[in-house]
Design a protein around this ligand. Structure first.
Ligand code: SF4
Length: 445
């Protein structure tokens, strides 16, 4: 049984703090030149967002649109080029930006055809000045869009990591909660990715799908392992199909059953991957022990700035996180994309959240503590002038009381294996009251 004295284990995947639902329209719409004034440009991340997919997966709450008309991707790239030009101008000439890594995310960046992907790389290189062949470049993809011509463009332009959303190697599971796909097509896509010679392959899998068993989960894990991927992400499913819930008269009992199932699948997956020579990087991320090193880990970049281009991308400076408006519902997403492609003036930040010292400390702590490497206390002290126990004593004592902190001595804060399993319950405990209130007040649309 789940220990009901423990918090619910799956509350919030803290892949970024603060979450976009805590962003609001910025009343003064600051000019980007002002936003970036005084910010270091020496190790920036570059992120290009492509908000299109062929189908909408049942579990997805990302900003993406399906059924885009044929000319929309071209117009989107036109807008992306305009935005890149404005952002590059705002960064100024005094200190040229240096990009330490780049990523194309989505949606599904490989929704773009080979010619459009070439154009996307040109925008990153020729307008933003990123040297894609010299830095880690990560690209997200779906099996059906991993065609040989697209992969050839990405490999030639310097992609070092290809992340494939497989979710399940069992066709019925894919149909049940995720999206219809055929195992044979997934295997063919994996073969083409390996043939393309991109050094790091990541495979995403999901546990907690309706009808998934220990045996079928093991089957998916082994099918993924057969490709010896350099990375594997194991995601808990967050949106249970109503069919599963409806079987239970008591929804609380149903939710507890599902929590227990997911905790069991998590432990099974973790143990299996560790036994196969993988190392755990965070609750979700596992890296093959002999894999080549790759840029920043799962949400581990601490202080450097990020330039996000595209209508769903965030940008980070040390004092402001900003993006465009956010939505999930199809009509709203369409409206935001239509307004993005019609935009001619990209010179200011319109939507975001100011990051003060308290929020920066929370972000720093979350980014470190939720990684298996943990938080070196000296780093925190150097940056924030106090010990994390001084700032977050109550939360940290609660974690220690539950056995969720490892015995590491005073200079390192690290989650125990039991704590890592509860990462999605631990993270929200460090949100500020303001961010919590803003997220609660956000009306999902
Ligand atoms: S492919 Fe990815 S972004 Fe697109 S709907 Fe599925 S999960 Fe969401």
């Amino acid at each position: 049984m789940i220990d009901t004295a423990l918090p619910r284990p799956y509350q919030n995947y803290v892949y970024a703090y603060p979450h976009k639902t805590a962003y609001r329209p910025l009343p003064d719409r600051p000019a980007l030149a002002r936003v970036w004034a005084g910010e270091s440009r020496s190790a920036l991340s570059l992120y290009l967002h492509i908000p299109f997919c062929e189908v909408r997966c049942g579990f997805c709450n990302l900003f993406t649109r399906v059924g885009a008309p044929a000319d929309l991707t071209g117009r989107y790239l036109d807008a992306l080029a305009r935005q890149a030009t404005a952002v590059r101008a705002a960064l100024g000439e005094a200190e040229s930006p240096r990009f330490a890594n780049a990523a194309f995310g989505g949606g599904t960046p490989t929704f773009l055809d080979a010619g459009e992907l070439t154009r996307l790389c040109d925008i990153a290189e020729q307008i933003m000045g990123a040297d894609l062949r010299a830095i880690p470049l990560s690209v997200e993809a779906s099996p059906s869009t991993c065609t040989a011509d697209r992969l050839a463009v990405l490999a030639e332009r310097g992609a070092t990591r290809l992340s494939l959303g497989v979710q399940s190697f069992v066709d019925e599971e894919a149909r049940a909660a995720v999206r219809p796909q055929r195992r044979a097509d997934v295997e063919a896509a994996l073969g083409r990715i390996r043939d393309a010679g991109i050094p790091v392959l990541n495979i995403d899998l999901i546990y907690g799908i309706d009808g998934q068993t220990a045996a079928s989960w093991r089957h998916s894990l082994d099918a993924a392992l057969a490709w010896r991927p350099e990375e594997i992400y194991l995601y808990p499913l967050y949106v249970r199909p109503l069919t599963g819930l409806a079987r239970h008269a008591d929804l609380d009992v149903a939710e507890q059953d599902w929590d227990r199932e997911r905790l069991a699948r998590y432990a099974q997956g973790r143990d299996h991957l560790l036994a196969q020579g993988y190392q755990q990087v965070s609750m979700r991320m596992f890296r093959r022990g002999d894999a080549p090193p790759q840029g920043p880990d799962d949400y581990a970049c601490q202080t450097d700035g990020m330039i996000g281009l595209g209508c769903g991308a965030r940008s980070y400076t040390s004092r402001l996180h900003y993006s465009f408006d956010y939505a999930v519902e199809l009509r709203e997403v369409r409206g935001i994309i239509d307004s993005y492609v019609a935009t001619t003036d990209f010179g200011s930040a319109v939507h975001g959240r100011v990051i003060d010292g308290d929020e920066a400390a929370r972000r720093h702590l979350l980014q470190s503590l939720l990684q298996t490497e943990g938080l070196p206390v000296a780093d925190y002290r150097r940056r924030f002038g106090a010990d994390p126990w001084d700032h977050f004593g109550e939360q940290l004592h609660a974690l220690a009381g539950r056995g969720w902190l490892a015995e590491t001595g005073a200079e390192l804060l690290r989650l125990s294996p039991a704590g890592l399993a509860y990462s999605d319950a631990i993270g929200p405990g460090f949100f500020s009251p303001d961010v919590r209130a803003a997220m609660a007040a956000y009306e999902l649309r």
